[in-house]
Write a protein that binds this ligand. Structure first.
Ligand code: FEO
Ligand code: CA
Ligand code: CA
Length: 669
């Protein structure tokens, strides 16, 4: 979401914040390849269970050594065209767009005849995080799950072209003015509200690689819509707490739907993580809640009166005066099993309740699940969760409960380039009962306040976080912070967010101690200060690389690594940054190791009014998927500023694109 368009909300949040300060044969070949690669490496035998875990990183290293890390594509020039631009030698196709039928028999999209029932079976609005999960040809039924689970740890290492795959896509938010002809903000209809609820959350589509590009297979049993109404479980320390009990759920362990799912991640046991971000905007009437409840929510408040969307007129659960605890059921990382169409999504309260941008998972040296997540608002924090238990390649069901119990940390960046992960544990340090943290449920629901008390470092809007598969280093995109207009009191905060009026954003590189992602200390440095290097006053920095040779970029948002350890960056809001007027958001690639470290090159340019909300390499690295979110946003129907992807006289539709090399080469080479 382009937060610069949410100024009223951001101002409110800021003011409140400042008040405190194949077949069996095919699979066998893959396993044999992995074992062969692993034998290249000293110190990593063929092992089982948790002891096998480090081999995942080791295999990444072997891959990089074998294939080199060079990016050789010719960068494109930034532009403002109403079409997708990719480098010479590359092509792209639109895989799926808002309103496309996902199941057999669903009628074709008709802007003037939408219904909630149709939207429940169509691809949702404003696509964001996406990930391609492997679907080998032999894996045709969910009942094959057990044998598949054993192969999941290799999912990033497939090197053979895949014919079919699963594609998970978040649907972050909706805008009535872009969806309904004649929509009026003051008076949405019940149908419009219910269509918007149905257009939220996420889609799982089966896609097929054809001569025309990647296309949707509507007949697949795996296709699934998750919406703002889908029943979900709640687990972790806050599950069952009185904080989460409502009139429709006295247990405090269930919820209908997830909202504003922005970033996400995936796990080595083959599940998807999807993260709720700006969930506060869906709720209303904070002033109608008790004084005690209002105080409890003060650090991440819902609107005081009516919400912008007015959903509370049709659904009592969005009205805090009527249902004060429903609000506490949103703001979490949700885990979904794409290989079981009957599975119930789980909201993991152990990972905290914030405006989660990402949920990027890796494994510690001992095999703990480690999930990084930024809280995307101005002056908010970076978090990481370390599971109590360890990953086991032989126990998929056991892995599914790893995110239910563990330690949540928040980051403190010191001025000397060191840093500390501070545990958020009720009863420890300042997190006393008197301070409002009688139990871990309080920490998991009121996470920002707990992090305040520990003195976490206020960042310039932490968006995506991603982990290099080659080095294990962690990269955080701080997208921008135009409100950073005074030098902070904390020297670490100043060093980690070095520019006042930061309209262009930056990327921080974090090296965990002993290269162990479960470490409680780290070293950090600025990888990049984005902007236009030709404008001296922007004070850009590209890891020391010659600035005259890089593609200029601004507002880094989503990140992805290829298996060679090159960092890929999608931008959101670049045209709003000084020096970038008239240029569309895009995708950029940059090596982070070796002599080309900092050599940024633009790979894709999007269309007017959109953001490139997410990007992800296919498992075989022959495709780069990207989500084009809110094309043409701004003027609304019937005169949007883009006609992408369907062309003149058609409404713009948020969509997923797939970019490939014409000779089917690895992306970027
Ligand atoms: Fe939804 Fe932080 O972008
Ligand atoms: Ca963003
Ligand atoms: Ca984002």
């Amino acid at each position: 979401m382009n937060h610069d368009k949410l100024n009223a909300e951001e101002r409110l949040a800021l003011a409140e914040a400042d008040s405190r300060q194949s077949n069996g044969e095919y699979f066998g070949n893959i396993v044999r390849e992995q074992i062969a690669r692993r034998s290249l490496l000293k110190g990593f035998g063929v092992a089982t269970g948790a002891a096998m875990v480090p081999a995942i990183f080791a295999e990444g290293k072997a891959h990089a050594a074998a294939h080199g890390a060079a990016l050789t594509f010719t960068p494109i020039l930034p532009n403002g065209l109403d079409q997708i631009t990719v480098p010479v030698g590359y092509t792209h196709n639109v895989v799926v767009a808002w309103g496309d039928p996902m199941f057999p028999g669903v009628p074709a999209f008709d802007l003037n005849a939408q219904t909630p029932a149709k939207q429940n079976q169509q691809f949702g609005f404003n696509c964001d995080f996406l990930v391609q999960m492997p679907l080998p040809p032999w894996f045709t039924r969910p009942s094959r799950l057990r044998s598949w689970a054993l192969g999941m740890q290799f999912q990033r290492l497939f090197t053979k072209p895949t014919r079919k795959a699963l594609l998970w896509v978040n649907h972050e938010y909706t805008s009535g003015t872009e969806m309904f002809p004649g929509y009026t903000d003051a008076n949405p209809t019940a149908d419009q509200v219910n269509i918007e609820l149905a257009a939220h959350a996420g889609s799982l589509v089966t896609i097929e690689n054809t001569a025309q590009g990647w296309v949707v297979d509507k007949s697949s049993v795996f296709n699934r819509r998750i919406t703002g109404e889908t029943p979900m479980k709640i687990d972790g320390p806050a599950a069952g707490s009185p904080l989460l009990q409502t009139s429709t759920d006295p247990t405090g362990r269930t919820v209908n739907g997830m909202l504003n799912n922005c970033g996400g991640g995936w796990t080595p046991w083959g599940t998807i993580l999807t993260a709720e971000e700006n969930f506060d905007q869906y709720f209303a009437n904070r002033a109608g809640a008790s004084a005690e409840k209002q105080a409890f929510y003060a650090r991440l408040p819902a609107p005081s009166g009516a919400s912008e969307r007015k959903w509370e007129r049709f659904h009592d659960r969005f009205d805090l005066g009527k249902e004060p605890n429903e609000f506490a059921k949103f703001g979490y990382v949700v885990e979904i099993d794409p290989y079981d169409p009957t599975s119930t999504p789980v909201k993991h309260t152990a990972l905290g309740r914030i405006k989660h941008e990402a949920a990027s998972m890796t494994l510690s040296k001992a095999g703990n699940a480690v999930v990084y997540s930024g809280d995307d608002a101005r002056f908010e924090y970076l978090y990481k969760f370390v599971s109590a238990g360890q990953f086991s390649s032989a126990d998929r069901e056991g892995n599914m409960s790893l995110l239910s119990e563990g330690t949540l940390y928040v980051a403190k960046f010191n001025a000397d380039g060191t840093g500390v992960w501070m545990p958020l544990v009720a009863g420890v340090g300042p997190l006393t009962a008197e301070a409002g943290f009688a139990s871990q449920a309080d920490v998991c629901v009121n996470t920002r306040k707990a992090a305040d008390l520990l003195g976490a470092t206020k960042m310039d809007r932490p968006e995506d976080v991603d982990v290099s598969p080659v080095t294990g280093k962690v990269y955080m995109a701080c997208t921008n912070n135009s409100a950073r207009n005074a030098v902070a009191a904390d020297a670490g905060e100043v060093k980690a967010n070095p520019r006042l009026g930061n309209r262009w954003g930056h990327i921080v590189e974090i090296s965990e101690t002993n290269a162990d992602n479960a470490a409680v200390t780290f070293n950090w440095e600025i990888l990049m200060l984005c902007g236009d290097p030709a404008i001296a006053s922007q004070a850009t920095y590209f890891a020391g690389f010659d600035p005259s040779k890089v593609s200029k970029l601004a507002c880094p948002d989503n990140l992805d690594f290829d298996l060679d350890g090159n960092l890929w960056i999608a931008t959101d809001g670049m045209p709003n940054a000084p020096g970038f007027t008239g240029l569309n958001d895009g995708i950029f690639a940059v090596p982070v190791e070796g002599p080309d470290r900092g050599h940024v090159r633009q790979f894709l340019s999007s269309v007017p009014g959109c953001e490139v909300a997410s990007l992800k390499h296919s498992t075989d690295e022959r495709t780069l998927f990207a989500t084009i979110q809110h094309p043409g946003e701004g003027a609304g129907l019937p005169n949007p500023q883009s006609a992408w992807p369907d062309g003149t006289n058609n409404p713009p539709r948020p969509a997923v694109v797939a970019v490939r090399h014409l000779a089917n080469r690895k992306i970027g080479s």
